[in-house]
Design a protein around this ligand. Structure first.
Ligand code: GUN
Length: 286
């Protein structure tokens, strides 16, 4: 029977450490780290994610603001808002909540963010740094996955890792992080043949496809470390991961649940990236 690794518990431990750092800044009368989120439109899931981010900032003492824009905002007005935040010395981190409403170009918007404030790690400069193994901002969910693997004490050096999903937000960057940690990495996606056989070879299996309970025990090698990034709302309102947790738990060495798995770690890594942006900006005199 596998060990269940709870992301909410790990996130709380890390947030306790961050709160102590921010409390100390406040005690010293220093400037307080600050995150700005741009939310265009009314996507209910995005509204809920953004509320979660605001709540998490407040819980560690980081200041946050949300800039609400109408769904029919022009590309130019959206980019003007990003440029305004780039130039605001009180803002350390900028996050453009995705997906953007139809008609807006995500890559053009992300490309406008000052890479030093890109706490989502999605600007092409930070993407390039990750691929070169250089220091930069790393996307939050992939970072959260790596922290969970660390907590599982998964031996990554020389292991066989399989990532199911190749998105820019999760699959591709987490594969790169695993490779940077000396894993041998296979990325699978909707066109992959023999997916089950490939997954069954994985010592570390990361699943990020958004298909509820797609992965059952027949995809999992005995003793594998399993990270479930997926989160889908079922008809009855319950949240389901990409992994059939109850079916896979007996064969896994360790596994993350949904909810209380990767989700809380994503937000925690956003806070950590915001503190990193703050510290870098303070060090270089803003
Ligand atoms: N929407 C869903 N996940 C994310 C994320 O990590 N960053 C942004 N900006 N939008 C998202």
């Amino acid at each position: 029977m596998g060990t269940v690794i709870y992301g909410n518990e790990l996130a709380q431990e890390l947030k306790d450490g961050m709160k102590a750092r921010v409390d100390e800044l406040r005690r010293q009368g220093r400037r307080i780290p600050s995150l700005s989120v741009i939310l265009a439109g009314e996507n209910p899931a995005s509204l809920s994610y953004v509320r979660g981010k605001q709540k998490a900032c407040a819980s560690v003492g980081i200041e946050s603001s949300v800039i609400r824009l109408p769904a029919d905002v022009s590309q130019e007005a959206l980019e003007a808002e990003i440029i305004r935040l780039n130039e605001d010395p009180a803002v350390d981190g900028i996050l453009v909540q995705l997906p953007l409403p139809a008609g807006l170009e995500e890559s053009r918007a992300i490309g406008r963010i000052d890479p030093r404030k890109d706490v989502d790690g999605l600007h092409p400069l930070n993407v390039g740094r990750l691929y070169l193994g250089e220091e930069g901002f790393v996307p939050c969910t992939p970072r959260g996955c790596m922290e969970l693997l660390k907590r599982m004490e998964a031996p990554l050096d020389g292991c066989r890792a399989v990532v199911v999903g190749r998105s820019h937000l999760v699959g591709s960057p987490v594969a790169r992080l695993l490779q940077n940690a000396n894993a041998t990495v296979t990325i699978c996606h909707s066109h992959t043949r023999n997916l089950r056989e490939i997954c069954r070879q994985a010592d570390v299996l990361i699943v990020a496809i958004g298909q509820p309970h797609f992965i059952d025990h027949t995809y999992v090698k005995e003793g594998a470390y399993v990270i479930d990034v997926g989160i889908s709302k079922a008809a009855d309102g319950s949240l389901k991961g990409d992994v059939d947790f109850d079916d896979v738990l007996p064969v896994a060495k360790a596994i993350t649940p949904v909810p209380k798995g990767v989700g809380p770690m994503t937000i925690c890594m956003l806070l950590d990236n915001t503190l990193k942006a703050y510290e870098e900006r303070e060090k270089h005199g803003l």
